[in-house]
Design a protein around this ligand. Structure first.
Ligand SMILES: Nc1ncnc2c1ncn2[C@@H]1O[C@H](COP(=O)(O)OP(=O)(O)OP(=O)(O)O)[C@@H](O)[C@H]1O
Length: 238
């Protein structure tokens, strides 16, 4: 049965990469900002890759927005992605890069074209349609990646350390933009973060991963108050 309270369910999801074994079990609330934390190598990117479909579960089931996506190709999953290097095509202008988020074959209607321009306005880049990615700053390129996620309009947004490459001032601005987008769309946001301050500022729900497993999963107040897990305590103090 589909339970709309949960945007994401992982049921005994198992995977082996090299020597590392992963086992994920979780139910994550719809409409929340969910922070994925843990030490380097704990499995945060693998967790996100399983949701995006870039890694395939060897066993178990993954449900997103109530739909079993375990066997579904990445492009067909109800997710949009913003990764650290923002994955823009360098030889295509900003309009085309965002258009690919709507239709990979770039058959765009007039309404689609308006949506692209309005997404650029929302991220503070009105008029940037014909600029090439190489002429933009790192922060501007990241804004384009957000605009592309906006036009895809999927129920779940996955972000892998989206602000790590930005300087601290820009990082706060982008986090605020993420929250604005989240409030406007009501989507569920899953964001990998190494930064405890960022987690405190933006998350409603926290996950702490260790050795390929989720060892703490809790609403943010409980997550921040947990004193029974040395790894989490160390992360929150870092
Ligand atoms: N394709 C792969 N082949 C072999 N080992 C892998 C592969 N992908 C990931 N691993 C290993 O699995 C573990 C978890 O990797 P993952 O990238 O998910 O960690 P992470 O928590 O995102 O780390 P970081 O914070 O450093 O990015 C690491 O030990 C990594 O070396």
């Amino acid at each position: 049965m589909v339970d709309s309270k949960f945007a994401i369910e992982m049921q005994r999801v198992g995977l082996q990469l090299g020597n590392q074994n992963f086992q994920f079990d979780c139910r994550l609330p719809t409409g929340a900002v969910i922070a994925v934390t843990g030490a380097s190598g704990a499995g945060k990117s693998t967790f996100l890759n399983l949701l995006a479909g870039f890694d395939t579960a060897l066993k178990g089931r993954i449900l997103i927005a109530g739909k079993d996506v375990t066997e579904v190709y990445p492009a067909q999953r109800p997710v949009s992605l913003v990764f650290q290097d923002n994955n823009l095509f360098a030889h295509l202008d900003i309009f085309t890069n965002i258009g690919l988020g709507i239709n990979p074959s770039l058959k765009l209607t007039t309404a689609n074209c308006r949506t692209i321009s309005s997404s650029l306005e929302k991220v503070g880049l009105a008029g940037f349609e014909r600029r090439m990615p190489g002429t933009l700053s790192g922060g501007e390129r990241q804004r384009v990646a957000f605009a592309r996620a906006l036009v895809r309009n999927r129920p779940v947004l996955l972000l892998d350390e989206p602000f790590a490459a930005l300087d601290p001032g820009l990082r706060n601005g982008m986090a605020a933009l993420l929250l604005d987008m989240h409030r406007e769309t009501g989507n569920t946001v899953v964001v990998v973060s190494h930064d405890p301050d960022e987690v405190k500022r933006i998350a409603d729900f926290g996950l702490f991963l260790e050795d390929g497993r989720i060892v703490v999963a809790a609403p943010i107040d409980e997550f921040l108050g947990r004193a029974d897990h040395p790894g989490l305590t160390q992360f929150l103090r870092s």
